[in-house]
Design a binder for this molecule. Sequence first.
Ligand SMILES: NC(=O)c1ccc[n+]([C@@H]2O[C@H](COP(=O)([O-])OP(=O)(O)OC[C@H]3O[C@@H](n4cnc5c(N)ncnc54)[C@H](O)[C@@H]3O)[C@@H](O)[C@H]2O)c1
Length: 266
Amino acid sequence: MERLSGKVAVVTGGASGIGAATCRRLVREGARVVIGDLDALRAHELAKELGDVSLAVPFDAGDVKSVEELIAAAVARFGRLDILHNNAAIMANEHIKRDNNPVDIDFDVWDKTFAVNVRGYVAGCKYAIPHMLKAGGGAIVMTSSGSAHRGDLSNIAYGASKAAVTNFARYVATIYGKQGIRCNTISPGLIRTEGGQKNVQGAMVKVMADNTLAPRLGLPEDIAAAVAYLVSDDGAFVTGQDIAVDGGMLAHMPYYSDFLNATAAW
Ligand SMILES: NC(=O)c1ccc[n+]([C@@H]2O[C@H](COP(=O)([O-])OP(=O)(O)OC[C@H]3O[C@@H](n4cnc5c(N)ncnc54)[C@H](O)[C@@H]3O)[C@@H](O)[C@H]2O)c1
C-alpha cells in the first residue's frame, strides 16, 4: 500500500512511541520521513532502521528556532514538505507529577508544558505551512488527547495544552482549507508507549482498561494507522476534525465500568 509515495513528512517526537510507529508506517506507505526528537540517539537509531528514506534531526519543540531548523533540514534534504505530524509532548514523569492542581502548580511547569505542547505545534505550522503552500497543499495532524475533552484529578497544564491544540488545529484548517491544507487532531486513549507507561501505572491501568470498550488497550500502531489515513488521499475530505482513537474510552456512560464490575460481582 503506497498511499504516500512522493510525499515528505516531518514527525515530531518521532523517536519513540506514537511518533516512531508513525514514522515506520509513513515509510511503509511510501513517504520519506524526518524524525524530529529531543532524543538524538534514538532518532538516529530509528533513521538507521528506516534507511535513506529517513533523516534524524535532533530538536527541541520548546525552542522556536530549533523548530524552524527542523523544518529547514527536512526541506534541505528532501526538497519539499507535504505532511507534518505535530506529536512531541512532555511525557517525562518528573514533569507530569508536578503538573497537579491550580493551587499547588509551579508556573514553570505550566509555562514549559505550553511552550512544548502548544507553542511547539504553532511553530511547526509557522515554518511548515509556507512549504506546503509551495507544494500546492499539505496535511497536518496534531496529537491531542482524551485529556483535552474531559476534566481529571490532575495534570491541568497537560489537559489545557491539549485542548488548546485541538482548537488551534481547527483554526489552521479554517485559514488554509481553500489553499489545500487539511489539519486534524487525533485524541488517543491510553496507549502503551514508554511515555504512557511512565505516567499510568499499577491499578490505574486496570481502571483505564475497564473504561475502554475495546478488549485491549491502545498500541502506538493504532494511532499511526489513523495518521496515515488522515494524511493520505483517503482522508482528502476530512479537515478540522478531532478523531478519537481511544477504544471507546470517552464514548460511554460514566457509570459503565462500575456497572460491569458490580454485575460481575452479583
Ligand atoms: N501514550 C498515551 O497514552 C497518550 C495518550 C494521549 C495522548 N498522547 C500523546 O501522544 C504523543 C506522543 O506520546 P507517546 O505516548 O508516544 O510518548 P513517548 O514518551 O513514548 O514519546 C514522546 C517523544 O517526544 C519526545 N519529546 C519530548 N519532549 C520533546 C521536546 N521538547 N522536543 C522534541 N521532542 C520531544 C521524546 O523524546 C519522545 O521521543 C504526545 O503528544 C502525548 O501527549 C499519548
